[in-house]
Design a protein around this ligand. Structure first.
Ligand code: LRH
Length: 471
């Protein structure tokens, strides 16, 4: 096994990056080749993504990664947030994709779908938690968009622009609601009942397979002609879970970015009515695993709060929040009012007023209130995951950008009474790089081996639960 260099294009809801990864039997190193902002773009017809800008950033970042690589890049892999898609006709994108936080589509889609396929039946078939923006609901709300002959999820759209190929990578396809959990194939019955043409969907590919090679003009632009594009866990959360340095079945994870994805890795589904009622999902993981998790609010609440205040000093605010000694309100972070972009401090105050709770008195206590309320929600979700599966959780891993929030990780340790292992921050890019490294033959083994490599090479921080009374 000789170490290889690979590039990871990792697109998150608030920022994207192109990472240069070096991976080998005892080596796992990431360097940022490019970082860029991402976010919702408001237009007359609703909330969109600027995927054309992401495409440009990806190309620029790839060029930097190729130039910085110690040896020629072996491949590039792409991951992004789930559910959103571009519609194409004759290979051309019809419009910038909608953003899953668009309120109107979320209000319309579910009713249209559930009138045809009731939610209980849908869960039995696709195993997905109800999120009003699952692809199947967005598509129903899209019927005003005739003429499309192909749907590509965001990472698959990028891969199409880089290689010309049209595929549906399996982990991300599992978030559409159109994949049959029992057979692993597109659900032809649901598709026909909903009037969605099967030919709109591309053929499924597994993480680790080669999607294609860079189109000649792209290869030239990035200085890496013929570079293979390899499918990774293209759902960012699938790659993040590969990047969780856990071992055994007593570990749980919180993949903490814009969302807090809280759950367990399973090999068999838990398709019970209790799991459906608790809104636990079965998303497809790398190597045929199941990501049994639920979507909880994440750092979105903090980033929208800072945006409202016109501040960008999260570190200073968290330090001030850590010093707050008075009571802070615990509010329900899962209240749907917090999903769309907007004035979170005002929404939190309104929630408190409606629930006869004293609102936070200043910025520091508001931030503390958010942190404590998130920790409560994660602790609850972890307890639910354990009870739905009959597992005992003895350790919690927090990965992703939010794992840098030590106040939150400590609050989670205190509220669960369990050790919290924080890191890696770049779990998603690492998961992306590891799957490519394995495909290139630089490493071998199953997810346990990939995770052991992370545990050996990455900075992790342990938070022990404290014997303190928590508000
Ligand atoms: C996190 C994520 C999550 C999805 C949401 C749309 O980035 O992919 O797993 O539910 O975005």
């Amino acid at each position: 096994h000789t170490p290889v260099s690979v590039a990871a294009i990792d697109l998150g809801a608030s920022s994207g990056r192109v990472m240069l990864g070096e991976v080998g039997a005892d080596r796992l190193r990431l360097t940022a080749a490019a970082r860029f902002a991402n976010g919702p773009v408001r237009r007359d017809d609703g909330l969109h993504w600027d995927v054309s800008a992401l495409h440009r950033h990806a190309i620029d970042g790839l060029r930097s990664a190729a130039a910085a690589a110690p040896s020629a890049l072996a491949s590039v892999g792409i991951d992004s947030w789930a559910v959103d898609y571009g519609l194409l006709r004759d290979g051309r994108l019809l419009d910038e994709p909608f953003h899953y936080r668009d309120e109107e589509r979320g209000a319309v889609g579910p009713g249209l779908v559930h009138a045809v396929v009731p939610p209980e039946e849908l869960y039995a078939r696709n195993g997905l938690q109800f999120l009003p923006f699952n692809t199947v609901y967005q598509l129903a709300a899209d019927h005003a968009h005739p003429g499309a002959d192909r749907l590509l999820l965001v990472p698959d759209l990028l891969a199409h622009w880089l290689t010309g190929a049209e595929v549906a990578e399996r982990t991300n396809a599992s978030t559409t609601g159109l994949l049959d959990l029992r057979t692993g194939a597109w659900d032809d019955d649901v598709l026909s009942r909903l009037g969605i043409s099967r030919s709109l969907l591309a053929d499924l590919v597994e993480p680790g397979t080669t999607i294609g090679t860079l189109l000649p003009e792209v290869g030239e632009a990035v200085g890496a002609p013929g570079l293979p594009v390899v499918a990774v866990g293209s759902h960012d959360t699938a790659s993040a879970v590969v990047g969780v340095p856990m071992a055994g079945d007593e570990a749980a994870y919180v993949s903490l970015g814009t969302w807090g994805l809280v759950g367990l890795e399973l090999t068999e589904p838990v398709l019970t009515e209790e799991a459906r009622a608790a809104n636990f999902t079965h998303e497809g993981g790398v190597d045929g695993t199941i990501r049994f998790l639920t979507n909880v609010m994440g750092t979105w609440l903090l980033s929208e709060t800072l945006r409202t205040w016109g501040r960008d000093d999260l570190g200073a605010l968290l330090a001030a929040a850590a010093d707050v000694t008075g009571e802070v309100p615990l509010f329900d972070v899962q209240d749907p009012r917090f999903v769309p972009p907007g004035d979170m401090p005002a929404r939190i105050a309104a929630w408190c007023a409606e629930h006869d709770v004293a609102p936070p008195v200043d910025a520091a206590s508001l931030v503390r209130s958010v942190v404590e309320s998130l920790a409560v929600a994660y602790a609850d979700a972890l307890a639910t995951a354990a009870s739905l599966t009959g597992r005992t959780v003895r350790q919690v891993h927090v990965v992703g950008g939010g794992s840098q929030n030590a106040l939150l990780c400590q609050a989670l340790a205190d509220r669960t009474g369990l050790p919290v292992v924080a890191g890696p921050v770049e779990a998603t890019a690492l998961g992306n790089v590891l799957v490519q490294g394995r495909a290139a033959g630089a490493i071998s083994g199953g997810l346990d081996d990939l995770r052991a490599l992370i545990a050996r090479t990455q900075d992790l921080r342990r938070h022990e639960p404290r014997e303190v009374s928590v508000p």
